[in-house]
Unconditional design. Structure first.
Length: 315
């Protein structure tokens, strides 16, 4: 009987030991989750106020993107806090492009210098930029030339024509920082400039009065072509801004586009096909177009066709 009791006690002690081994690493994880939940609550309070103002980029403004903008800003504030940025700094310097958080190259450099590491420019011109870094006796450098940018397909971006030095500088900073200071950047692998260059916008020539394809072109062609004026001459579409990521269409814009297409008997996938032809790229969902492009579509679809005498025809 005593032997059985001793065996049971030994089994319980062994179970307790295993249980403790499981509990010990779990407790800090739970505490971290609790701290993050509390931080999210505080970030939401800040985001609610900031996103109601015009002092944050458009994609973080509630008047453009509704409540989603507030949630996105709260996440950016949390991410920025890990990098040592204040809430307003996070709003201005952290962006989400295709679901990936990113900062400008200059923000990366600022974080490295704030950590008291050496990061410096060695050479800079319109054709070549070199940056170097030092840490704990180790050195590294990054060199970007206009030829390298051309080979990567980046020079289709208009900024490489108007301000090549700054674009090459951004690539150098990001590259050398990723090599030497991944801990300072908390593993952040992307800059805004990197992600923007994944889909370089190519200029296209459009003519007022005959813009678009398929349904959009049909709508435009039904209007009388006005005499040529400075406003109706051939114009070149502007490049997507590179100072900040393109703002996606708001929920209200998406709903309006669906409504206008439905009024013309078009629903579902044909809408995306038509938009793809219009913008000359693959459109898989309405959020693949930008806020400004959505306005363009709404303006075209919202115009009533005109007769030859200039009077609007009934829908």
């Amino acid at each position: 009987m005593t032997e059985n009791n001793n065996a049971q006690v030994a089994e319980v002690e062994q179970y307790d030991t295993v249980y403790q081994d499981v509990e010990e690493p779990t407790t800090p994880a739970l505490r971290r989750l609790e701290a993050e939940a509390l931080a999210m609550d505080k970030a939401m309070k800040l985001a609610r106020g900031l996103s109601a103002t015009a002092m944050v980029p458009p994609h973080f403004q509630q008047k453009i993107n509704g409540e989603q903008a507030m949630w996105d800003l709260a996440a950016a504030i949390l991410f920025g806090a890990e990098l040592g940025l204040s809430a307003p700094q996070s709003a201005q310097n952290i962006f989400v492009v295709k679901g990936k958080p990113a900062v400008y190259a200059r923000t990366m450099a600022a974080q490295v210098l704030k950590a008291k590491y050496a990061l410096y420019e060695i050479e800079a011109s319109d054709t070549k930029v070199i940056w170097g870094a030092e840490r704990d006796g180790r050195t590294a450098s990054a060199e970007w030339t206009i030829e390298r940018a051309q080979q990567a397909g980046y020079t289709a971006n208009a900024k490489y024509q108007t301000n090549p030095t700054e674009m090459l500088r951004a690539k150098c900073i990001a590259e050398v920082c990723r090599i030497m200071f991944p801990d300072v950047l908390l593993g952040m692998a992307y800059t805004v400039e990197d992600l923007q260059l994944e889909n370089v916008t190519v200029s296209r020539v459009v003519r007022q009065g005959s813009r678009g394809t398929a349904k959009l072109r049909e709508i435009a062609e039904q209007r009388q072509e006005a005499p040529a004026t400075p406003e109706s001459q051939v114009i070149e579409a502007e490049e997507a801004p590179v100072e900040e990521p393109a703002v996606p269409p708001s929920n209200a814009q998406q709903a309006e586009i669906r409504k206008l297409y439905k009024a013309r008997g078009v629903t579902g996938q044909p809408i995306l096909d038509d938009l793809g032809q219009y913008f000359q790229r693959k459109i898989s969902r309405l959020t693949d177009i930008t806020h400004d492009e959505a306005q363009d579509v709404i303006a075209n679809l919202g115009q009533k066709p005109e007769t030859n005498d200039g009077e609007a025809t009934p829908e």
